[in-house]
Design a protein around this ligand. Structure first.
Ligand SMILES: [Zn+2]
Ligand SMILES: [Zn+2]
Length: 79
């Protein structure tokens, strides 16, 4: 699962590495302060989806956070 944006920042040719969000419409991408800043930008700084235009309907895609929580639930003293 894509967690960090692997798009390219326009003008810099650098890996974006931004947090990736998913819209209710299924659109995924990073949030950038200016439009077309990243090749895989999904949302404007206001949270507007580039695919469907919904505002504020995006959630952070962070599977690593789920894994972290699962690790915390294991009791370290039982081993
Ligand atoms: Zn990006
Ligand atoms: Zn959308």
């Amino acid at each position: 699962m894509l967690v960090r944006c692997d798009g390219t920042r326009s003008g810099y040719r650098l890996l974006c590495n931004g947090s990736v969000y998913q819209c209710v419409c299924g659109q995924t991408g990073c949030v950038q302060s200016k439009t077309a800043t990243c090749s895989k930008q999904g949302f404007s700084v206001l949270g507007k989806c580039v695919a469907c235009g919904a505002v504020g309907q995006h959630v952070l895609l962070a599977p690593e956070a789920v894994g972290f929580r699962r690790t915390l639930m294991q009791d370290p003293q039982t081993s």
